[in-house]
Ligand binder design. Structure first.
Ligand code: UDP
Length: 240
């Protein structure tokens, strides 16, 4: 029984790999994974269907190989594998809380998790499972932001939640510029026009084409996800 009416029925949550590493310089801080899982559990208790995309930047990014003179495609394969490690960590945290969760990977590895298909994702979500989309888009030269926008469109999400280090979209980097102001609402077009780096341009364009609002909020604020789902909370809504 939902405890309070949420403003979205089905959402896609994108968290960067860096969010998972907490104050460590690398890898996964299990307490952070547990906290993000608790936020997702709260959303489920409200009756919201949740899909998740986790990045891999806490473990590996393809550009690291390319900038060291290596092959970018191999580097990106390594980055996509990193997202699968993170996805398994989040599933573990969700399982500990009694939340039914499944990992669907864009890169087949049947011994470890199910392979992604849109139909499978829909059916798991219809059954009330949290679906964690691992392996990015499955293609090099993309990011997990683009994967998040793609999966949001494929599952018919009402909103794409982008969990970041700050509580919304600012006119400049608030950590560097004390005069930076926070937007309550902004359009996809304005984000692209002013080059406000909240997600990569492919992700924003895909969300815009599919009329999916992007909700930018702080992933570090415990309970923040649930607050926004209740129609309150601090965030910027990117919507046309
Ligand atoms: N990646 C990729 N294709 C995708 C998604 C990710 O090749 O569709 C690789 C890419 O090397 C990227 C890495 O996986 O640098 C980790 O993803 P991302 O940088 O988006 O993670 P985040 O910054 O969100 O932690």
């Amino acid at each position: 029984m939902p405890v309070q009416s949420p403003i979205y029925r089905r959402v896609l949550l994108k968290a960067s790999g860096e969010a998972l590493m907490g104050s460590q310089g690398f890898g996964i801080d299990v307490s952070v994974a547990d906290r993000i899982a608790a936020d997702i559990a709260e959303a489920r208790s409200m009756g919201v269907e949740v899909g998740v995309v986790i990045g891999g930047g806490n473990i590996f990014r393809g550009v690291a190989v390319a900038s060291a003179g290596g092959d970018r495609v191999t580097g990106d394969h390594m980055g996509m594998l990193a997202t699968i490690i993170n996805s398994l960590a989040l599933r573990t945290s969700l399982t500990k809380l009694g939340v039914d969760a499944v990992v669907l990977s864009a890169i087949a590895m049947p011994e470890i998790c199910e392979s992604f298909s849109q139909l499978k994702a829909q059916s798991h979500m219809d059954a009330g499972k949290v679906v964690i989309f691992a392996g990015g888009t499955g293609n090099p030269f993309f990011t997990t932001d683009s994967a998040a926008a793609l999966r949001a469109a494929e599952i018919g999400a009402d909103a794409l939640f982008k969990g970041t280090q700050v509580d919304g979209v600012y006119s400049a980097d608030p950590k560097k510029d004390p005069k930076a102001t926070r937007y309550e609402r902004i359009t996809h077009a304005e984000v692209l026009q002013h080059d406000l780096a909240i997600m990569d341009t492919a992700a924003i364009a895909l969300a815009r084409e599919n009329n999916i609002p992007i909700i930018v909020y702080s992933i570090h604020e415990q309970g923040g996800f649930g607050e926004i789902l209740r129609g309150a909370g601090r965030c910027t809504v990117v919507s046309d």
